[in-house]
Design a protein around this ligand. Structure first.
Ligand SMILES: Nc1ncnc2c1ncn2[C@@H]1O[C@H](COP(=O)(O)OP(=O)(O)OP(=O)(O)O)[C@@H](O)[C@H]1O
Ligand SMILES: [Mg+2]
Length: 247
């Protein structure tokens, strides 16, 4: 367990983010503790992906700050944040379709290795880690949705993050591939990674997350253990009726 008295690995402090007249994030604060798996939940349009964009530096918030390992990174560019130890996977996977699994992982990992041989070897190991060891030379375009999600994880891991933001890692994946993805996320955490996941599937959240934050209209509506959040009457009314079956 993380020491509750210690500073969080990531602190999101009173973030507001608007697009034109749309308030995508409304004064949101959250802490991510070292070693934790935190789940962000909420209906479509709640502001979950936008929260990741703001943490990763894709969008500059109108107000608020992002503090990572005690350092204010609100003004830092996305590549700087990546070098600082923050990585993310995308809701819609975006591999280079023509490149092989290993080559896709190599793209982001280049700055971390001095020779091509070392780079390739490391990237093959990341592919193996995520269960794509038998697909090293396969082009990304032939991969299934579950395999593409695994490739996303390998690409993120290859930048050696301490915090990984995963946007709907089980989204669009067939039911029988989900337990394998849950095991993989557990392995990454036991390797020392801290994880924030955006997830709709309540079973995945209960199996993985230490804490869940339910967002609605850009703000935190309910938070607590997955069990507490799932049984909250407002959450049940707003969300679980449609999402409990793994939407
Ligand atoms: N680049 C943008 N320009 C304008 N509006 C945006 C932009 N990005 C997000 N929004 C709006 O901000 C709100 C939050 O969107 P966001 O993608 O963060 O939701 P989400 O919780 O990830 O939803 P989903 O579960 O559907 O992925 C929505 O109303 C969305 O239309
Ligand atoms: Mg989203």
């Amino acid at each position: 367990m993380a020491n509750p008295a210690s500073a969080p690995l990531l602190r999101v402090e009173a973030i507001t983010m608007t697009f034109g007249g749309i308030v995508a994030i409304d004064n949101l604060s959250l802490d991510v503790k070292q070693g934790q798996i935190l789940a962000l939940m909420g209906p479509n349009g709640a502001g979950k992906t936008t929260t990741f964009h703001v943490i990763a530096g894709v969008h500059k918030p109108d107000r608020g700050s992002i503090v990572f390992e005690g350092r204010d990174i609100t003004a830092m560019r996305p590549d700087g944040r990546c070098r600082a130890g923050l990585a993310r996977t995308f809701q819609i996977t975006q591999p280079f379709e023509q490149l092989s699994v290993t080559e896709n992982i190599m793209v982001g990992a280049r700055p971390f290795h001095s020779t091509m041989a070392e780079l390739r070897k490391a990237c093959e190991a990341y592919a193996d880690k995520v269960g794509l060891g038998d697909k090293l030379d396969a082009p990304a375009k032939g991969l299934s949705t579950g395999q593409r999600k695994r490739l996303e994880l390998a690409r993120a891991m290859a930048t050696r993050p301490r915090l990984l933001l995963m946007d709907e890692v089980t989204g669009g994946v067939d039911m029988k591939s989900i337990p394998g993805l849950i095991d993989l996320v557990r392995t990454l955490r036991s390797d020392g990674l801290t994880i924030v996941l955006i997830e709709h599937n309540m079973k995945v959240i209960s199996e993985l997350a230490d804490e869940a934050i339910f967002m609605n209209r850009g703000a935190r509506m309910v938070s607590g253990t997955p069990r507490e959040v799932a049984s909250d009457p407002a959450v049940v009314e707003l969300y679980l009726g449609e999402a409990a079956d793994g939407h």
